[in-house]
Design a binder for this molecule. Structure first.
Ligand SMILES: [Zn+2]
Length: 237
């Protein structure tokens, strides 16, 4: 009888929370997919959830921008994850910033029930503000990985999601056509707010890095100041 607590303790599954965060195009979903794939190889039971509103590419797959994909389940609320993940060892959550504050307690509950929880999401919104509930989940997580994209203007590591067009809603979905990754220095808050318009060139991340980097380097303070007054040159204000 005295052995029982000891046996229970050693056989108890220990859960934890991992957060993978960063700007858009920083590879968060790819990293989530990589971790879940490795758990699958270890024959662990995995399940990936995403908010039902994110239906950009596929209804039943987590699909990253580079087209690597795993099956996922779209759920309307965070609390549904607790019920649907009952048989899982590893629970992935993609686009976590689109779940409400409930997700924080859901992650805690899952981890305390012995599951490994991997949460991927934007840590900042298009204005550069912390994107709830990611800050709260990062605080209670055991492990936090912050990824960076590449700034399309200067080529440095980017931690901002620059909005190029569209509404002032925090929840506007979109890929290349309405967002691009930028570093702190090149991030343009007025452009994200829609107070001015972007240049028509909707560059791809790869192709624009070099030309934009050189154009920034050649701009003198005087010319960049003048350019910032013209509505067409929002790249570097
Ligand atoms: Zn930059």
């Amino acid at each position: 009888m005295t052995l029982e607590p000891h046996v229970l303790k050693t056989s108890r599954k220990v859960g934890w929370i991992e957060v993978v965060c960063g700007s858009m195009f920083s590879g968060k979903t790819e990293e989530l997919i990589r971790r879940v794939r490795r758990a699958n190889i270890a024959r662990q039971r995995t399940e990936i959830f995403k908010p039902a509103l994110d239906t950009r590419y596929s209804e039943d797959e987590v699909v990253s921008h580079d087209d690597s994909a795993l099956r996922s389940t779209a759920v309307a609320t965070a609390s549904q994850i607790v019920l649907l993940a009952q048989d899982s060892d590893v629970v992935g959550v993609d686009e976590a910033q689109f779940f409400g504050d409930d997700l924080t307690e859901v992650c805690r509950e899952l981890a305390e029930s012995g599951k490994r929880v991997i949460v991927a999401g934007l840590d900042q919104d298009y204005l550069g503000q912390p994107f709830e509930p990611m800050p709260q989940i990062m605080a209670i997580a055991e492990y936090v990985t912050k990824l960076h994209a590449i700034c399309v203007v200067c080529g440095n590591p980017a931690n901002h999601s620059q909005r190029l067009s569209g509404s002032t809603s925090r929840f506007q979905l979109g890929a290349q056509e309405s967002y691009e990754p930028r570093c702190r220095d090149c991030f343009d808050l007025a452009l994200s707010k829609g107070e001015k318009t972007a240049q028509s060139s909707s560059d791809s991340v790869e192709s624009s890095t070099e030309s934009d980097a050189s154009s920034k380097a050649s701009a003198t303070p005087a010319s960049s100041e003048a350019a910032s007054d013209s509505p067409g040159s929002a790249v570097r204000a």
